[in-house]
Write a protein that binds this ligand. Structure first.
Ligand SMILES: [Zn+2]
Length: 232
């Protein structure tokens, strides 16, 4: 630290983004207490919670989905929630790096996926991207791709249009509406490839599912989903 940084730090000490505890010199944005509360969600099916060390989950709702496997790095808690929130709204590249490192550690430890050819972020609609300035999923995918040496294709999937208000539609109309929302960039040859789709939070799985349908129409082999957390 130079003199100016020391000076700033003296009057505006950095605090933990979760508990507001003053941070020590070696701590970046969360204190070690909060850091210790982060637990890996191990290698379980994030749809039903069943431990699946090999293969796909055949017992749960994953049968409703077209993707082959879905995993989350962390169990959801307040610290994860606050990190993702800060990450989304205050563009914190430090958090992206941290999460990318944790995702790498998770993947290397549990090896939940077969060979990955391409890593692809869930796209954000242009209008949202403009107002927020960046796509958090793209930041995550880039970090993971650097760490694991997997090819990153941030422009493979495009959102075609704003999904209209879904509430007035029935279930079938809703499904159709969502699956029309994504387009695959044909300049990439993805036939027979395995793709890892990355996002920050897994909620209903509807978006990942629609993207998977679009990808499998282009004869992609496997589609895996990795998120930082599984929303409760
Ligand atoms: Zn803390």
């Amino acid at each position: 630290m130079n003199i100016l940084q020391t000076f700033i730090r003296l009057f505006f000490p950095k605090t933990c983004l979760n508990c507001d505890e003053r941070l020590l010199e070696n701590e970046q944005f969360i204190c070690s207490n909060c850091n210790n509360s982060l637990k890996f969600l191990e290698n379980i099916c994030i749809i039903c919670g069943a431990p699946k060390t090999t293969g796909e989950c055949n017992v749960c709702r994953i049968n409703e989905f077209q993707f082959d496997k879905a995993r989350s790095v962390f169990m959801f808690n307040k610290v994860v929630q606050n990190m993702i929130h800060e990450f989304k709204y205050n563009e914190m590249t430090q958090i992206a790096k941290f999460m990318g490192m944790k995702a790498q550690e998770y993947i290397e430890r549990f090896q939940p996926f077969d060979h990955i050819d391409y890593i692809v972020p869930v796209p954000l609609h242009k209008v949202k991207k403009r107002s927020r300035g960046f796509n958090q999923a793209e930041y995550l995918a880039r970090e993971i791709s650097k760490n694991l040496n997997w090819k990153h294709l941030p422009k493979l999937i495009k959102r075609k249009k704003f999904t209209e208000t879904q509430t007035k539609l029935n279930k079938d109309q809703r499904k159709k509406n969502v699956s029309l929302a994504f387009a695959i960039n044909i300049k990439y040859d993805i036939k027979g490839k395995n793709i890892l789709l990355v996002d920050d939070v897994f909620t209903t799985g509807a978006t990942a599912n629609s993207i998977t349908i679009a990808l499998k129409e282009k004869q992609v082999n496997k589609v895996y989903v990795l998120t930082i957390a599984r929303a409760l």
